[in-house]
Design a binder for this molecule. Structure first.
Ligand code: TXE
Length: 487
């Protein structure tokens, strides 16, 4: 049994209460985690506020901040195998994916390390004589970051990286599901040498820890990834501190496939889009929209490919798909799949929960006759692909936009003009054409509609952790004129 600590004000502590963490592949308790109380949250936010207002951090040059972030990136890279093992043990995400993703986490920290000393204000050519006006770009203050259980190291890098590059301090709440890699990451923050209070990492439950954090009066910025229901709660909660808030909330992303494509190559992209991370990914391409001419061929090919996926122990490098992170998540998927079959969907493959330990669920494809089938409308956050056919480009676009979400979309066609028309028409924050799932630190990430507010990744994400201050300087030696005479 492993024991993890939380990290507050530069020190590790066990927390006042604890809870057990279950390995999703075995169903066994393997680690004990701190459950942060409202008091722990208050301590962490006050430490972050002190660090922001008056500390080595608040006096540090932007270049020195960048160097610290760079050091953190190096440590993440050095410790990647250990962090990957912990993430696999605590979330069931397969070791191939955790290793690859943690390499990317280091790249995100490096990208933001480089931006720290490139944030600039501006000089404004104001329309008045004898006045110099410039804008200072200043950090917002204390950031409350909340992440869910999928990809915790990655989802926190896209918050911690820009927040620190901008000069903010941060209190991050890991999810109560699978927090081990983030609590271990806190050790790297410590080793990198960030002054106490600059980064605080807690884990605990939404109702007490999450609630106390997002309503804290000293919080100036909230960065959240999770479900839309929690997001609504957080936005209501933030009425207390009027914090600037960004929300990244998943999706029901469409993948549009036209008759002119190469079926084998598209098949690989679709499989990666929906079955990677067992479908527990905000950008999962979970709605396949396929033109009638290629529908039967593509479905047969996809079914063969899905059946060939090696499902098993997530810690085995040969495994291609692991369990779901929680039993609750699997039960939700079982319910929606059953309702979809009742509503007339045809089971192409999968759909049957295997016997035995662990939260396993097979790669599943449902061919649906109507957009109102439950699996087409709801985000399942699991390895379930819902398929709808279409005849024309207009129909494909209408179906693609028929969702309250709008995070990502894929378009597969060899017709360049059609590709561009669809890029313009699709309501989503990311559109991939003839590829799927590509990400980069340099490219913003975020959604339309219920997929959220704000952007993570890329340069503009750092600006969302800053505000401007307008400074007016009188350069004239003349006395200040009579205030009752307009000039
Ligand atoms: O998320 P929650 P869950 C979607 C996906 C999934 C559903 C629910 O469809 O099935 O959301 O997932 C914290 N105040 N996505 O239950 O509950 C909580 O402790 C403050 C999409 O995991 O939103 C955790 O740290 N915080 C998504 C975090 O919010 C609160 C990824 C997320 O939990 C809180 C995950 C409160 N009142 C789920 N209540 C994506 N964008 O990738 C809970 N939390």
């Amino acid at each position: 049994m492993k024991h993890f600590s939380q990290y507050i004000d530069g020190a590790f502590d066990a927390g006042s209460a604890r809870f057990d963490s279950v390995n999703p592949a075995t169903g066994e308790v393997w680690a004990s985690m701190p459950a942060a109380s409202a008091g722990d949250v208050d301590r962490a936010v006050r430490a972050a506020h002190r660090a922001f207002v008056d500390s080595d951090w608040s006096r540090m040059t932007a270049s020195a901040r960048g160097r610290l972030l760079w050091k953190l990136a190096d440590l993440v890279e050095q410790q990647a195998p250990r962090l990957a093992e912990l993430e696999t043990a605590d979330t069931g995400k397969i070791i191939r994916e955790t290793r690859a993703q943690i390499g990317y986490v280091a790249a995100y920290y490096r990208y933001y390390a480089g931006i720290a000393d490139k944030l600039q204000g501006a000089h404004l050519p104001v329309d008045k004589p004898d006045l110099e006006v410039f804008l200072r770009r200043e950090p917002l203050g204390v950031v409350a970051a909340i992440v869910p259980w999928n990809s915790q190291l990655f989802l926190s890098a896209v918050k911690i990286g820009p927040a620190l590059a901008a000069g903010c301090c941060i209190v991050l709440k890991a999810s109560e599901e699978g927090p081990a890699p983030l609590l271990e990451f806190a050790r790297l923050v410590h080793e990198a040498g960030f002054p106490p209070g600059v980064v605080n990492i807690l884990t605990g439950f939404g109702a007490d820890c999450g609630q106390a954090l997002t309503a804290h009066p000293l919080v100036a910025r909230i960065a959240f990834t999770g479900g839309p229901e929690t997001a609504r709660h957080i936005v209501r909660n933030s009425a207390a501190n009027l914090a600037v808030t960004s929300l990244e909330l998943g999706g029901k992303s469409p993948v549009l496939v036209f008759d002119d494509v190469d079926v084998d190559s598209v098949c690989n992209a679709i499989v990666a889009g929906i079955f990677a991370a067992s479908g527990q990914s905000c950008v999962a391409g979970s709605r396949l929209l396929v033109q009638h001419g290629v529908r039967a061929r593509l479905l047969a090919r996809l079914a063969d490919r899905a059946r060939a996926i090696r499902i098993g122990d997530p810690a085995d490098p040969a495994t291609e798909m692991g369990p779901l992170a929680t039993r609750r998540q699997r039960e939700h998927i079982e319910t929606v799949v059953a309702a979809s079959l009742d509503a007339g969907a045809r089971l192409v493959t999968g759909g049957v929960t295997p016997a035995g330990a662990g939260n396993y669920y097979p790669p599943t494809i449902l061919d649906c006759a109507s957009a109102s089938t439950p699996c087409v409308a709801q985000e399942l956050f699991g390895p379930v692909l819902s398929v709808l056919g279409f005849a024309t480009e207009d129909e494909a676009l209408r179906l693609a936009n028929d969702s309250e979400f709008g995070l990502a979309a894929g378009v597969f066609t060899r017709d360049l003009a059609r590709g561009h028309r669809l890029v313009r028409g699709i309501r989503a924050g990311i559109v991939w054409v003839n590829t799927y799932r590509a990400v980069s630190p340099i490219v913003p990430f975020g959604g339309y509609g219920l997929s959220g507010l704000g952007r993570e990744g890329g340069f503009e994400a750092v600006l969302e952790y800053t505000r401007t201050k307008s400074v007016w300087i009188n350069t004239s030696d003349a006395p200040v004129p009579d205030p009752f005479v307009m000039r």
